[in-house]
Design a protein around this ligand. Sequence first.
Ligand code: IMP
Ligand code: MG
Length: 184
Amino acid sequence: MKTLLSKEELREGVLRMADEIAACYEDRQLTIVGVLTGSVVLMADLIRAIDLPMRVGVLQTSSYRGATTTRGELVINSELMLDISNRDVLLVDDIFDTGHTLVRTMEKMRDFAPTSIRSAVLLRKNGRQEINYTPDFVGFDIPDEFVVGYGLDYEDMYRNLPFLAALEPEDLARHKEAIAGGTA
Ligand code: IMP
Ligand code: MG
């Protein structure tokens, strides 16, 4: 694995985002909603660094990428989410790739009549966006590589790595072996 962002660089980036967010909302109460599962590590660090009164919640999105379903089909489960009507809401996700997940999730949240809704992402992948939207807060712009760690997964593994790494072909081969070993 090739490290793209060290633990220290991630920490600095997250603190910078937290300061920008706090400055944007001044002393207003914030409702911050993390997208499961990729945002959990970012959420844990970010919410503790934002010096504002806040409510914290989560929602879950899942996209079915199997061969039998249409690409891009996105299911948003907002049952876990707290009440966001008449609130200033910040949606937090791990990565802005094509942009569909974040934009569709924000559209769905607008149905619940928040006062305002903004977005924060740890990462934005260069040259991948298919949607004309810019997240309000972005931690880092990264090259178009598949990355894991700090919440991001490959087949639900590697979320716990404290740094961000790009997966290389050897890693994928090793991953397949580990999976096979685990089910034997
Ligand atoms: P989008 O809808 O294309 O913007 O995709 C967003 C979702 O795809 C993220 O929330 C991630 O779960 C996943 N994703 C996109 N790129 C990566 C990556 O490089 N590593 C891990 N997950 C990724
Ligand atoms: Mg995700």
